[in-house]
Design a protein around this ligand. Sequence first.
Ligand SMILES: [Zn+2]
Length: 91
Amino acid sequence: MKSKIILTAFLSVSLMACAQETPKVKHKKSNTTAKSNTKTMKFVNAVDPICHMPTEPDMKDTAVYKNKTYGFCSSLCKDEFKKNPEKYAQK
Ligand SMILES: [Zn+2]
């Protein structure tokens, strides 16, 4: 008899879990739109001016020079750019 009560309790819990999952999916959709907004940030340079490697929108090493954002593959390239930005900056 007791096992039947436990089973119904389990069923109601799983049903509640299912009901809670539906709004979570909707919430995920709004998150993806927010993520795509950050991905639209692009660098002025298509390639790393130091090593000529193609830049990715999610690169962490960035430098702003004359209101333009430049992306670099590593902090080493970024430091090199900062030493002589006039040489590497796009006109
Ligand atoms: Zn580089």
